[in-house]
Design a protein. Structure first.
Length: 92
């Protein structure tokens, strides 16, 4: 049983993972704000103040942050692949 449990947790985080996670949280906040600001249109109540509509813009910001994290991860993987292929190729 002892050999089945790793002694130390592996760090599987790659560059850009933090940005993707933060982008998902920001996007979620913006999505909830969007639903809240649209609700008065269907309920026939008074609309929310402009600040509520501004918070709903976080949806796009979150998407952009997550996309930046994905691009950063792609760039890191490409650098790693180039390094691996450079060390495996024989010198000419």
């Amino acid at each position: 049983m002892r050999n089945e449990t790793p002694a130390a947790p592996d760090d599987d985080s790659a560059p850009g993972d933090g940005l993707v996670k933060a982008g998902v949280v920001i996007f979620g906040i913006g999505a909830v704000a969007t639903l809240v600001t649209v609700a008065p249109l269907f309920l026939g109540t008074d609309p929310f103040p402009t600040v509520a509509y501004t918070v709903s813009m976080l949806m796009g910001v979150g998407f952009a942050v997550a996309a930046a994290g994905v691009l950063r991860s792609i760039a890191a993987q490409r650098r790693q692949a180039r390094r691996a292929s450079a060390t495996q190729l024989p010198a000419r």
